[in-house]
Design a binder for this molecule. Structure first.
Ligand code: TPP
Ligand code: MG
Length: 346
């Protein structure tokens, strides 16, 4: 019955909105250089987030702090599919996105501790950092806000006639927000070059996807707008990169928006103040053990005879950057009281 109603895309011959993940079957292999880069960039995020968690525990970081641990393959894989000038925007779970965009660990950590060397001069904190130079547009605490803003970035690219693509990252919970669908409609209508990346980590705060979403296949959320979508193994950086390549090519060719549902998991609580009573320790341990994105790359590199020593050197380089950032973030002065009156609308 359903088959009679299915629409088929002209370009691919597949059902619109239901193109199967590049995750179906094995994704293309990475070169050794790509594996090493992916490992290094994911490790930087992992170690940075662990350190931020420690500093939070010590009371050096105040306010909200949402860690990205477990989800690293998404932002690292997508970044490998971009070119200089493409833009990124996300929500509050944003430290990983900033580091992947090439923002300095020192500036991000110092913003977390509220110091003047932070990206927002210590006045924004974890959820409010930006870098125009690195094409990172925040850092947004309002769930779903980045979706319409990211669509606006794509509109600007279209208007200016360049071929840049904007990436709007948001969660499974945010996917149920009204403005998401207003954005989908305009993006497809005007063929805007935006990739909607739904980071489905199975929970929105303490609410599991199945309790909150009528349609739990998020790749289908664009069907009524004719936006194609794919489900992707968001724990495998190669699958993410392959899906990213395809979506980026779609956008750059002027075909409009694309949806990627990244299936992933967050290891830590929603924020630092979440006791995580809505899931079991076993559930978390199983994902860590079976699917960890960093371990996957490390194991492949070891199987390809990359020496332990080379891997240890990457680890050491990353730890040095992270330790230095923690040092800087604790020693750098707090902003002067006069800063209260700058960078504000009057
Ligand atoms: C408009 C709005 N509603 C509610 C909140 C409170 N809130 C913060 S995070 C969150 C859950 C979002 O979950 P999801 O989109 O799955 O992202 P994740 O935290 O899993 O990365 C909610 C409801 C908010 N910040 N903004
Ligand atoms: Mg979520």
């Amino acid at each position: 019955m359903a088959a009679a109603k299915k629409s088929v895309t002209k370009e691919t011959g597949q059902e619109k909105g239901q193109e199967k993940a590049s995750g179906a079957g094995s994704p293309p292999d990475f070169t050794r250089e790509q594996e090493l880069r992916a490992l290094r960039d994911m490790l930087l995020i992992r170690r940075f987030e662990e350190k931020a968690g420690q500093l939070y525990g010590m009371g050096a970081i105040g306010g909200f702090c949402h860690l990205y641990i477990g989800q690293e393959a998404i932002v690292v894989g997508m970044q490998m599919a971009l070119k200089q000038g493409d833009q990124v925007i996300t929500g509050y779970r944003d430290h990983g996105h900033m580091l992947a965009c090439g923002m300095e660990a020192n500036g991000v950590m110092a913003e977390l501790t509220g110091r003047q060397g932070g990206y927002s001069k210590g006045k924004g904190g974890s959820m409010h950092m930006f870098s125009k130079e690195k094409n990172f547009f925040g850092g947004h605490g309002i769930v779903g806000a980045q979706v319409s803003l990211g669509t606006g970035l794509a509109f600007a690219n279209r208007y200016r006639g360049n071929d840049f693509v904007s990436l709007a990252y948001f969660g499974d919970g945010a996917s149920n927000q009204g403005q998401v669908y207003e954005s989908f409609n305009m993006a497809e209508l005007w063929k805007l070059p935006v990739i909607y990346i739904i980071e489905n980590n199975r929970y929105a705060m303490g609410t599991s996807v199945s309790r909150a979403s009528a349609q739990t296949d998020f790749s289908k959320r664009g069907i009524s707008f004719n936006i194609p979508g794919e489900q992707v193994d968001g724990m495998d950086v190669r699958a993410v990169k392959a899906a990213g390549d395809k979506a980026v090519a779609w956008c750059r060719a002027g075909k409009g928006p694309f949806i990627l549902e990244m299936q992933t998991y967050r290891y830590r609580g929603h924020s630092m103040s979440d006791p995580a009573k809505y899931r079991t320790r076993e559930e978390v341990d199983k994902v860590r053990h079976d699917q960890d994105p960093i371990e996957q790359v490390r194991n492949r590199l070891l199987a390809a005879k990359v020496s332990e020593q080379e891997l240890k050197a990457i680890d050491a380089e990353v730890r040095e950057i992270v330790n230095a950032s923690a040092d800087f973030a604790q020693k750098d002065p707090e902003p002067d009281a006069s800063e209260l009156y700058t960078d504000i609308y009057r």
